[in-house]
Design a protein around this ligand. Structure first.
Ligand code: S3P
Length: 435
């Protein structure tokens, strides 16, 4: 397990291109594996989560080959083969939950396993709706957790009101719905990322969206006939978020991020930072279903803000970095309606509160969020900060370390490779110091 030391720096910023979107890459891996023919994918994330999902699709009969930057995925035409071994989903919650939906209606049995962090995460949230559709799913972990065995069965469409705002649960039900008899409708409590819907539309799978209700007509056990395509993965906004927020909180700093996904269901961070006093410009450069563009950030002394309600799902993965940003702002930053943070790769409320306190920041935890008292002079944590196997905790802490007054040690940082293998190189490229 490797560790890193991140040094404080007086200037930070410049230009960066971030790796491919993790959510989009994994959905493309699944749908290209389902398609007939060879899909050509540009910008596919070479991070561990996307690779785990792609590996699982290859175990189910697809073939993946890199040709330089171009990934070719040869699909199964809808005829998956029963995997010989358990599918190792690594750290990927998206891969696991979406694949459970995709496999529920296949004529095969498959077992999904994962790393320690993934094996603690709740899976009952997908088992419940999938079983309502007729699926047979065993969760053999201690608390409704992995390992999970999906025994493919005939499925029936349902109308399902999601009990939580979760794009993963929504997507699992929609993917299962493709193989069901009849109509499947999901109703969201709040809008969440819509990459599955956008990709269905790009692949000409008919879908009806009416506000928070999404309906599709199932194709039955044979599933839809999808033709392979050329697809482009936008840069991952959630990876760019670390640089965007760190520069926004540094008066006089400037940043340009090119080729990044700016789907409005992902970019609520920009609204929050603007409210906090940063100057941000966004330009759409390409619209391939999911818009891609350039984000330009000018840093300032930020002020605290309140974050909650409908904004939460659209910045859910940015909340660790927003807690850091709150510590750098003047006044209080209040995060609420974000209980989902407790069941991410780690309990991000508890871990962020503990880590910020180690820097001398006052934090009040609540069941669904926290209040961060900004503007404290940062002192350097005495102990190395644990990652808890959570990539976004490590990257958020690395950003805060650039503002500290002495080097900060980060332990067990390998997890960063799940979403951003080039993170440390890009940190250096933007003026950070790390060894
Ligand atoms: C994701 C949805 C979100 C997000 C995760 C990726 C997706 O999770 O936090 O990183 O790709 O659908 P939930 O669906 O659990 O909110």
């Amino acid at each position: 397990m490797s560790s890193k030391t991140v040094y404080p720096v007086s200037t930070f910023g410049g230009e960066v291109c971030v790796p491919g979107d993790k959510s989009v890459s994994q959905r493309i891996a699944m749908l290209a594996a389902l398609a007939k023919g060879t899909s050509e994918v540009r910008g596919f994330l070479r991070g561990e989560d996307a690779m785990s999902t792609l590996g699982a699709m290859c175990s189910l009969g697809a073939t993946a080959k890199y040709d330089g930057d171009l990934l070719r995925i040869i699909g199964t035409g809808g005829r998956f083969i029963e995997p010989v071994n358990p599918l190792d989903m690594g750290n990927s919650g998206t891969g696991t939950r979406l694949l459970a939906g995709l496999l529920a209606g296949q004529k095969l049995t498959a077992t999904l396993i994962g790393d320690a962090s993934l094996s603690r995460r709740p899976m009952g949230r997908i088992k419940t709706p999938l079983e309502l559709m007729g699926a047979k799913i065993d969760l053999t972990g201690e608390k409704g957790t992995l390992p999970m065995t999906v025994h493919g069965t005939p499925l029936y469409g349902i109308r399902y009101e999601l009990p939580m705002a979760s794009a993963q649960v929504k997507s699992a039900v929609l993917l299962a719905g493709l193989f069901a008899e009849g109509k499947t409708t999901v109703v969201e409590p709040r809008p969440t990322r819509d990459h599955t819907e956008k990709l269905f539309q790009a692949l000409e799978i008919p879908l009806h969206i009416d506000g928070l209700e999404i309906t599709l007509n199932g194709f039955g056990p044979g599933g839809p006939k999808i033709a392979a395509r050329k697809l482009t993965v936008p840069g991952d906004f959630s990876s760019a978020a670390f640089w965007i927020a760190a520069v926004a909180a540094r008066p006089g700093a400037e940043l340009i991020v090119r080729g990044v996904g700016i789907n409005p269901r992902r970019t609520a961070l920009l609204d929050v930072l603007t409210r906090m006093g940063a100057m941000i410009d966004v330009e759409v450069t390409e619209d391939l279903g999911d818009p891609i563009g350039t984000v330009v950030v000018h840093g300032a002394q930020l002020r605290g803000t309140e974050i909650g309600g409908d904004e939460i799902p659209n910045l859910i993965d940015e909340l660790p970095m927003l807690a850091v940003t709150g510590a750098l702002a003047k006044g209080d930053t209040v995060i609420r309606d974000a209980a989902e943070l407790r069941v991410k790769e780690s309990d991000r409320i508890a871990v962020m509160a503990a880590h910020l306190r180690a820097f001398g920041v006052e934090v009040e935890e609540s069941p669904d969020g926290m209040t961060v008292r900004g503007g404290a002079k940062l002192h350097t944590p005495a102990e190395a900060l644990a990652s808890h196997g959570d990539h976004r905790i490590t990257m958020s802490m690395a950003m805060l370390a650039t503002f500290a007054d002495a080097p900060v040690r980060l332990a067990d940082v390998d997890c960063v490779a799940t979403s951003y293998p080039d993170f440390w190189n890009h940190l250096k490229q933007l003026g950070g110091r790390v060894d």
